[in-house]
Design a protein around this ligand. Structure first.
Ligand code: ATP
Length: 430
């Protein structure tokens, strides 16, 4: 079954039922645009973050990681243009007073809530930053914002990294972390949330070689979507035309994915020129120039920015993995997650749970695997068939069962999630 066949409802329902993702503040009726990760969701999320960090930071020698504060001096957002222009067009229905993002309406003249025709007035620009006050004094100088992107935390640390590590160009700085946007209409599960996580890279280059770096990152994005188990045919490049690009960008490719809600943006790759560093230089009065080693050549580097949204990645991974098939005449739901992303690698069970010897042997196997892989679950609830169904639903690649024969031959049955085939292997071999 392909992504197009899994519906959003199926994924939302599985995510809640099995402890991946719950609606935020659920006991109090929720808070629109917020989601909480349960035990399996947090494991999946971390596996994705770690894979990204390994691939783009640890495995390379031209990358530096940072973890900047979420609250930043308001000057950051003035200089970056966010205070003035980080807006979406907002319209209000004169009849039911529903508010909508004008550029996302199916019919620009019809209210999607009450159906009124032509009830919208002129759109006004709505700033998406969450404003807050820092400290006990409530005046203009205490204004701050929850960061709407992680990128500015990278740009403001560019000079620190250059001065402490003297990297050769090209080099990149990477950051993972929370971002907040007061979206007019959060929707489609975690796809458009008000609080989400980004994984961003600013790759600093000599302006003469931006095209080469852009192309290299374009290829790396494909390697990333493949590492997530997304099939190439469901990932699409959209070359964003000049009139739709952000004003600072001279080239942007949106990587789109065939989500159950349709083809939508998964991540972006942009050539941001020297826009951000020049803004910082102007607003702070501090030089952002880079001196090429062993020369007097100085210039402000240009930037290639691959920007990944973690929630949209999780949603793509879940929808690619979700499938339904039939086993022994019964319908089963199975998450065919790549093994390296699965929240649980192995589930270990004793065939029955009221035989002490069997349980002790199974515990031994469990401890052994747990020591090695960490992500191992003890599962002795219900009969074996039910355990397999449950583990299939959460995407556990292997179930290990300890039975009476195990006591004699020191072997166990290992069952494969995707093929449902069972093999006998010795405990030593596991
Ligand atoms: P959109 O056009 O869908 O609002 P955007 O172009 O504003 O997205 P960017 O500013 O390019 O998004 O942000 C980079 C990435 O951050 C996006 O590709 C997406 O993966 C993620 N992202 C942005 N906004 C949200 C959101 N509200 N909820 C979840 N992820 C988001």
């Amino acid at each position: 079954m392909s992504t197009k066949d899994s519906s959003l409802e199926q994924i939302v329902s599985l995510a809640k039922r099995r402890g991946f993702i719950y609606p935020g503040s659920d006991v109090y009726g929720g808070l629109s645009g917020t989601w909480d990760y349960g035990p399996l969701g947090v494991a999946l999320k971390r596996n994705i973050q770690q894979l990204w960090w390994k691939m783009f930071v640890e495995d390379r020698d031209d990358m530096y990681g940072v973890d900047a504060a979420i609250l930043m001096n308001q000057k950051v957002w003035q200089a970056s243009g966010h205070v003035d222009t980080f807006t979406d067009p907002l319209v209000e229905c004169q009849n039911c007073h529903g508010r909508f993002r004008a550029d996302k309406l199916d019919d620009p003249n019809k209210c999607p809530t009450c159906g009124s025709e032509g009830a919208f007035g002129e759109a006004r620009q709505f700033n998406m930053m969450f404003q807050t006050k820092v400290g006990p004094v409530d005046d203009e100088s205490s204004v701050s914002y929850l960061r709407p992107e992680t990128a500015q935390g990278i740009f403001t640390n560019y000079k620190n990294v250059v001065d402490t590590f003297y990297p050769s160009l090209p080099f990149g700085i990477a950051q993972q972390g929370k971002a907040f946007r007061n979206e007019i209409s959060p929707r489609d599960f975690i796809f458009r949330s008000r609080e989400f996580e980004q994984m961003e890279i600013e790759y600093f280059v000599d302006p003469a070689s931006w095209e080469e770096a852009f192309e290299a990152w374009r290829q790396l994005v494909w390697q990333w979507t493949q590492a997530l188990g997304l099939s190439d045919e469901n990932v699409h490049e959209l070359e964003v035309p000049a009139e739709e690009r952000a004003h600072y960008s001279q080239r942007t490719i949106d990587f789109e994915y065939d989500f159950p809600i349709g083809r939508e943006e998964l991540l972006g790759l942009a050539y941001r020129t020297d826009f951000d560093l020049m803004n910082i230089q102007r607003a702070s009065g501090k030089s952002m120039e880079y001196t090429v080693k062993g020369t007097n050549t100085k210039f402000v580097p240009h930037v290639i920015e691959p920007s990944f949204g973690l929630e949209r990645t999780i949603m793509a991974v879940l929808s690619a993995a979700y499938s339904e098939d039939e086993v022994g005449g019964d319908k089963r739901i199975v998450l065919r997650l790549p093994e390296h992303l699965a929240p649980i690698r192995y589930a270990v069970s004793p065939l029955v749970r009221n035989k002490l010897e069997l349980v002790a042997k199974a515990r031994e196997v469990y401890d052994r695997l747990k020591n090695k892989y960490g992500a191992v679950m003890w599962d002795d609830n219900g009969n074996i068939g039910k355990r397999y169904r449950r583990q299939d639903e959460i995407g556990t690649p292997y179930c290990v069962v300890v039975d009476f024969d195990s006591l004699d031959d020191n072997s166990v049955t290992i069952r494969d999630r995707d093929t449902t085939e069972q093999r006998r292997v010795s405990i030593e071999e596991l």
